[in-house]
Structure formats: C-alpha cells, structure tokens
Design a binder for this molecule. Structure first.
Ligand code: G6Q
Length: 552
C-alpha cells in the first residue's frame, strides 16, 4: 500500500490509542514539578541526555517521565513515522497537494550513492550542479572571473526572498568565521526600495556580482529587485547590455525565464521542483554560501546534513534526536496548550537562526487540514521565535520566567568559541546553564524569605519554575555542525507533520500572498481614477495612497 492509498482509511490523530493514553498520562503528570522529578531520580540529568553524531541533547528539564517518552514514541509508531521517513527518502510523492517528491535529503547524498526518481538518478544531477557551483565559486574567489571592465569581483549580492533568502543569509552569518574577508556579501529580499538602496550604497558596480535566486523566477519581489539591479549596474558602468552576462548569474528551476531576463543559461545553476524553498539552502540556492566559505567547507556542511539524515533514518525513536525534539514539541503544543517555542542560541554567529527556523517550522506546519482534507481537532505548528543569548535575557526572558504562559525553550550552545577572548565564553556558558536551571527549578517563597526579603515583596520575587527546556550542545560551530543543526530541525518538523497528519511541504498561504498584490498594483499606478471594488476599508486605503502620491 502506498502512502497515498492509505490516506483514506486512517483514523484521526485524536482517535489513536497512543493519543488517548497520552491524554490520561498528561492528566496524571501535568502538575508534577521538575523539582520533584529531579529529586526522585538523582541520575535524571544524564539519563535523559543523549549524544549522537557530535550533538549532545539534554532533555531532562522537560515535564516528562520515561513513560511520556514511551507513549510519544508509540504515537510516532502508530502514525506510521517509520514508513513516512522511508517514503520521503525513497522519493515517493509525499507532497501530495503538489504531487511532488520531497528530496532535500538527496541534496546531501554522497556522490557514490544513487536515487532514481521517475527514471532519473537525482544524486548524479545534484553532484553535477555542485561541481559547476564549485568551479564558479573558485573563479570568483581566485579573481579569475572578471567583471565587464576587467576588474575582479569583490561584492556578491544575493537577490531572493523567503526560502531563496533566509537560508543564504543565515548560513552566511553562521559561517562568517570561515568566509573570505576580501569579499563583501549583501542580501536583498524586500521589495521595499530601501532594502536595495542600502545594500548597494557603497558598492562599485564594476566589482559587483548579482545572484538572482528564485526557484520560479517569477516572484514579484525578486524580479523587481533583479530589474532594479540590472538598471543600477548598467547605469553605473555606462555599459552595454552584454555587461549583464559578467555581473549576473541565476539560481532557478526555470531556464526559460532566466534567459528572458538576459542571463546566459550557461551561468544558471539548476535545482529541481522536489526541493522546497525552505529546504533549499544546501542546493544551488547556497551559491552565495559556497562563494563565501569555499567548496570544501560547503561540502563539509553537506556531510553534516547527511550524517543527520542517516541518524534520523536509522536510529530507534527513543534515541533519535529529531524524533525526540519533534515529539516533545507535540507534547507541549497539544497537551499543555503551549503556543510558542523559543529558540535561544548562545552563539552570536547564529543570530539569524531563529528567523530561519521561523520559516522552516511555521511555513511547513502552519496547516489546519489533514492530508485527506479533514479539519484538525487539535493544534498544529506552534509559533517559533528567539534571539541570541545573552541579549534576550535582558529583555523578553522576564515573561518566560514569570509570565503566565508556558514557553518551551531550546537552548543551543558550543563547548568552544571561535573567537576566544579572556573569560567571555565561560561567562556565556554559565548564563545558558543558569537560565535553564532557573526556569526548571525556580525559587520558592521560603527561599525568597530566607534571603531576608520583606513579606510584601516575596510574591514578586518568587519564580514558580517548572518551565521546560532542551539544551543542545556541540563542540564548536563548524560548517559540518551547522548542517547537522539545520537537518535536526528539518526532521523534527517532518516528525511533527507526520504526527499531525498534515502536508509540511506545501505553502498555499504563501502562494496567496504572491497573487494578492497583483490586483492592486494597477489600481495604485493607473493615471486615471480606477473603479475600485474591494471592501470599503481597502478602497479607502487605496484612495488615501493615490491622493498622497499625486501630491508629491
Ligand atoms: C518556501 C516558500 C517561499 C519561497 C519564496 C521564493 O518554501 O515556497 O518562501 O521560497 O516565495 O520563491 P522563489 O524562489 O520561487 O522566488
């Protein structure tokens, strides 16, 4: 039976025996305090920690017992997670609404492996593109590739949005330590003119390369920015149209549109419809990353991704990092009613990681119908957010410690810093450990009183504790570790999508956004007064804009 034919027959999640067992289990243990759970078992910390492929996860400060883990993994079995993992890895068309395979795992498969989908060995295609990227990156990095006026390229501007931007930005920031400091990288995504204007304000067009990154090559924001980039370049060079070939390359699945834009398809780096935008940072969409860090480092990152893929595919669920992370998310979202998850990297280079995860998690699991189109009667994807530590501690952590909401936290930290400076790293790590400790154990009224606090102040200084967190540690932030981290969350998202019985790989909400503005643009630009037929608020806003525009 294929994954598709099975759809029609399976029960709703809330009817599954493991779900119902989890519901009664929740009623029994939800009030239990982490203080008591730790007191009962002095070995709880190490027992509920696990190390795999160089990542160390301590999940002991979660509101769970070993029974919870047993029931959650049972739920994963009942929901067919094993079979769905195999379906993804073998190229079944699990993106059912778009009738596509979901094969980002093929992007990091080793050269000697093979995966034939619809008669094509996709691994061979992936490596052919990777080799072309490596060759091009090397020419930019070595100065062999020259701009129209004979100068070497010193600036690289990635123009893309959503999945064609967030991954490249995050990876560039995360791996900056490994980047060629003679090159400047900028990322233009927003159609707001300021984004483009500020990105190129100090760049010399003679030394600037634009990478137009767009799977479809029709996205309004990206094509608007790409056209503006072309004008900026030609104006700056005072040069002819042919100059475009030396300063523009494309990353896309759409050769026709690329060549219509004027980019030589010899300078197009291909990817495929089975790579979702938010799963594409390790495809040709990562071209800016490869130029920044070099092909060897990029390939090391891919090895990290692949190691996590293998771990996910082969490890029993109760020792499987992405499965555990995903299931804990389900536990808080559906049983505790938690609305959000905070991702808190104690590593400055990961400053864009929460923003990257927002798309990965919320675009994937922000769905309200099951694969067979039934409306869910349970919560799905939570809101992800976060900031690098310790900055967050001086702002929103207050609410996590003493507010009325339950916010599970993922702390991410590294044993070694890439920039050792005195005792900064000890102080940083002391903060991570102290935060998760304070969240879990809090401070009782007795403890507060014993510190000499006057009675009236005691309630304000009490910390209830019992606020859950995971702590994820790795040796240091290398390209390989970044690959593992991203794949960890990709597969945790997949695990949750399977439990929630939703399609984590379509994005109709994004498609809606792409279509909506198209109707209004001519109404804003028309020289004569347009006939408006929106609601009265939208009509009024359009008229307001038009009258201000006319008076400029
Ligand atoms: C990602 C989404 C979306 C997409 C952008 C850009 O999974 O599909 O964020 O990446 O809308 O699309 P293009 O790459 O086609 O320009």
């Amino acid at each position: 039976m294929t994954a598709e034919t099975e759809l029609a027959t399976h029960p709703l999640l809330t009817e599954r025996p493991a779900w119902q067992a989890l519901q009664s289990h929740y009623e029994k243990i939800s009030k239990r305090h982490l203080r008591d759970l730790f007191a009962e078992d002095p070995e709880r910390g190490p027992k509920m920690s696990l190390e795999a492929i160089g990542l160390y996860l301590d999940y002991s400060k979660n509101r769970i017992t070993s029974e919870t883990v047993k029931l959650l993994t049972q739920l994963a079995e009942e929901c067919g997670l094993r079979r769905r993992i195999e379906a993804m890895f073998t190229g079944e068309k699990i993106n059912s609404t778009e009738k596509r395979s979901v094969l980002h795992v093929a992007l990091r498969a080793p050269k000697e492996s093979s995966l034939v989908v619809d008669g094509v060995d996709v691994v061979r295609e992936v490596h052919a593109v990777q080799d072309k990227m490596a060759n091009f990156s090397e020419r930019i990095r070595s100065g062999a590739w020259l701009g129209h006026t004979g100068k070497r390229i010193r600036n690289v501007v990635n123009t893309g949005i959503g999945g064609s931007d967030l991954g490249p930005v995050m990876a560039y920031e995360a791996l900056r330590h490994y980047s060629d400091r003679n090159l400047t990288f900028r990322f233009v995504s927003n159609v707001d003119d300021t984004d483009f204007a500020e990105a190129v304000i100090d760049l010399n067009p003679e030394e600037t390369l634009f990478i137009v990154s767009s799977k479809t090559f029709t996205t309004l924001e990206t094509m608007t920015n790409a056209r503006t980039a072309r004008e900026w370049l030609l104006k700056g060079l005072g040069g002819p149209e042919e100059a475009v070939a030396k300063h523009f390359v494309a990353v896309s699945t759409n050769a026709k549109e690329v060549s219509k834009f004027g980019i030589d398809t010899a300078n197009m780096f291909e990817f495929w419809d089975w790579v979702g935008g938010r799963y594409s940072m390790d495809s040709a969409i990562g071209l800016s990353t490869m130029i920044a860090i070099g092909a060897d480092n990029f390939r090391a990152m891919l090895r990290g991704f692949h190691e996590m893929d293998e771990h996910f595919r082969t490890t029993p669920f109760d020792r499987n990092l992405p499965v555990l992370l995903g299931l804990l998310g389900v536990w808080y979202t559906d049983f505790f009613g938690a609305q959000t998850v905070a991702v808190l990297p104690y590593e400055q280079y990961l400053k864009r990681f929460p923003a990257y995860l927002q798309q990965l998690t919320m675009e994937s699991n922000g769905k309200h119908v099951t694969l067979d189109g039934r409306t869910v009667n349970y919560e799905t994807g939570p809101i992800y957010w976060g900031e690098p530590g310790t900055n967050g501690q001086h702002s929103f952590y207050q609410l996590i410690h003493q507010g009325t909401r339950l916010i599970p936290c993922d702390f991410i930290a590294f044993f070694k810093t890439l920039n050792p400076l005195g005792d900064h790293h000890d102080i940083l790590l002391a903060n991570v450990f102290a935060q998760s400790e304070a969240l879990a154990f809090g401070k009782t009224p007795e403890q507060v009183k014993s510190e000499g606090t006057p009675d009236w102040l005691v309630p304000h200084r009490v910390f209830e504790g019992n606020r859950p967190s995971n702590t994820l540690l790795a040796e240091s932030l290398t390209p390989e570790v970044l690959g593992k981290l991203v794949a960890l969350y990709e597969h945790a998202v997949f695990t949750q999508g399977v439990i929630w019985d939703i399609n984590s790989f379509d994005q109709w909400g994004v498609e809606l956004g792409k279509a909506l503005a198209q109707r209004i643009i001519p109404e804003l630009e028309s020289p004569s007064e347009p006939k408006l037929s929106h609601d009265s608020s939208t009509n009024n806003l359009i008229r307001q804009y038009r009258s201000h525009k006319a008076s400029q």
